[in-house]
Design a protein around this ligand. Sequence first.
Ligand code: ATP
Length: 248
Amino acid sequence: MFEALGLMVFYENMLALNNVSLGCGDNQIVGVFGANSAGKSTLMYTLSGIMEDIAKKERMSGGERITIRGKITFTGKDISHAKPAARAKAGIILCPERRRIFPESSVLENLRIAGYLATPAQAEETLEYVFKTFPPLTKITRRLGGFLSGGEQQMLAIGRALMAQPKLLLLDEPLLGLSPAIQYWLAKSIKEIADERGVSIIVAEQYARPIMPIIDYGYILENGSAVIEGGKDELMNNPDVKSAYFGA
Ligand code: ATP
């Protein structure tokens, strides 16, 4: 349903993504694993269209020269140059790194604002689903976003993404800064969301250990290149992946 072919992104002369191709089928969870600076956020920005916007703004302000190449298709349509808003409307929703929630709005307000693409009935149904999936949020509906713990913020960030009625959810480092117990719990919730909502998910993460068991297919990103790819078992049994991600 989603395919990216030969993605290249240059920041000035620095190659941040080098000929990356990846795909995600209906109802699949695809993992993109990589260390700091491997290019995960650049990839997620490129897939969601935000990279095109950043490049345009830089061009207009005479700033950094950002060059983007490659082709992206979604449900059979070429969306390589579609704006982020058009991609969101088509169902590609990014949940960015570091949980960009509104710190001065309450949990409930954060969720409701994010439902602007939904019909009122969809918004109510999704709100109920978010609270069912993330029970800790039910007790803090009035708390301001800025006063949440890291785990609560991440639940809210994913909840916000769900309110936008995704067909393809792009999760950028959802586990960053969370305790191992919460990481495993969130990974389980991400799998539940894929199964129960019929959503496809591409998740970029440094922490492969909790995420690897929930994926169907994965890619290892190193210095902007997808150096290894394969099904879950294939990746988990790959000696290079084992030593880099599982300390074996
Ligand atoms: P992290 O885990 O630190 O977020 P990442 O895998 O998401 O890392 P990116 O943020 O995509 O990596 O960065 C990939 C490379 O591109 C890095 O070397 C980074 O320093 C560089 N980079 C990112 N944004 C810019 C920019 N606006 N200008 C120049 N270089 C950039």
